[in-house]
Design a binder for this molecule. Structure first.
Ligand SMILES: Nc1ncnc2c1ncn2[C@@H]1O[C@H](COP(=O)(O)OP(=O)(O)OP(=O)(O)O)[C@@H](O)[C@H]1O
Ligand SMILES: [Mg+2]
Length: 355
């Protein structure tokens, strides 16, 4: 039998790198759930510190898993949607840059030979946008669609790991040839430059990199257009979002949220941003449903926002393992319960996008 006090004591043996104190003493243990043979909680940190805390999350998970009688452990690392990512002063933000451009006609950088662009967004970091993007893309491809995946997280690209791809793209007639993995065409800053370099890019550079990947990648051809380009957005509502919104008509946005109330507030903000520019929110997906966060928060919120509720995805080790191993769970376990959920969501989205 696991008890709460012992769990907290164990968590205090893990040191918070910022304070030098134990995790509980540092106030990092949020939403702790302790069951008979299970425990889980959330560590929430500013978005520029997720790399620092990933080993802390792993250590906490290992320490809890080592407790006698512990059968299931989940420690989830999320980040607050603070604008902590590098950016220039306001006068050099992309909006300001845009103001200096000729007003009309406004060229839209809609990528050539791409029928639909679907963005996956959330206000908060670490809620599973990339995981959802990758698996939804695979599920859409399994429906016979030709699907591309663009990693718009210029500062923290995760698609190379999640898809198991590396190596610089080839160029054909000045356009980049996307990497291929699991039936998808994929492009990420992680393939173009070292992650450490991209991390310090300022707002305009990040936006420019995104535009280039969007419009100078050979996503499709006249004869074989891409049906859907799934865009995995970074967390929050920063420069990259603005530049994407300003340049590309989005055919649909999917918002990912955990069942937690805090995450929902962020989802609401993300939705408001897309609403302002007329990009239709096709629905809300609840991720990491289950023993840690509970369930149902996103469905109720979707009702309040008047957007479709697309379904929930369980907090499940196979989902994380798939991401870490570069073999998405939908591909690794195509007949499993998790794949069935992604397939159902993909079916709704394909219908909403008319592809
Ligand atoms: N349903 C799930 N069950 C278990 N683990 C999950 C689930 N969804 C996501 N994860 C794990 O949570 C972590 C964060 O997920 P992911 O990178 O997809 O989030 P994100 O929203 O894209 O993060 P960021 O804001 O940093 O881009 C990853 O380790 C991922 O494998
Ligand atoms: Mg991500």
């Amino acid at each position: 039998m696991i008890d709460r006090a012992t769990v907290l004591t164990v968590l205090d043996t893990i040191v918070d790198p910022r304070t030098g104190q134990g995790l509980n003493a540092s106030g990092l243990v949020q939403g702790l759930v302790v069951g008979e043979d299970r425990a889980g909680f959330v560590i929430e940190v500013p978005s520029d510190q997720t790399a620092l805390y990933a080993p802390v999350r792993d250590a906490a998970e290992a320490a809890l898993a080592a407790m006698p009688g512990m059968a299931r452990v989940s420690v989830v690392l999320t980040s607050q949607a603070v604008e902590a990512r590098p950016r220039r002063t306001a006068s050099l933000s992309p909006q300001a840059v845009d103001q200096g451009r000729p007003k009309a006609p406004v060229p839209t950088d809609r990528p050539a030979h791409v029928r639909r662009v679907l963005a996956v967004a959330s206000g908060k970091g670490g809620v599973g946008k990339s995981t959802v993007s990758v698996n939804l893309a695979c599920a859409l491809a399994a429906r016979g669609l030709s699907v591309g995946l663009l990693d718009a997280d210029v500062h923290g690209p995760s698609l190379p790991t999640m898809l198991g791809i590396s190596g610089k793209p080839d160029y054909v007639n000045g356009a980049m040839v996307p990497a291929r993995a699991w039936g998808l065409a994929a492009m990420s800053v992680g393939l173009l430059t070292k992650a450490e370099d991209a991390m310090v890019w300022r707002g305009p550079m990040a936006s420019q990199a995104l535009t280039q990947m969007l419009t100078q990648t050979r996503w499709g051809t006249q004869e074989a257009p891409l049906d859907v380009l799934v865009v995995d957005l970074p967390p929050g509502t920063g420069d990259v979002h603005l530049s994407l919104i300003q340049k590309t008509p989005l055919d649909g946005v999917v918002i990912v949220s955990t069942p937690q109330e805090v995450a929902l507030a962020d989802a609401r903000r993300a939705r408001a941003l897309f609403q302002k520019v007329g990009a239709p929110t096709l629905g809300l997906i609840e991720n990491m449903t289950g023993e840690v966060f509970g369930r149902g928060g996103a469905e109720a919120e979707a009702g309040r926002l008047g957007v479709a509720y697309l379904g929930d995805l369980p907090l499940d080790a196979s989902i994380r393992e798939g991401g870490d191993a570069g073999r998405p769970v939908v591909v690794a376990h195509p007949d499993g319960e998790v794949a069935a959920r992604f397939n159902a969501i993909a079916a709704s989205l394909a219908a909403a996008l008319v592809v």
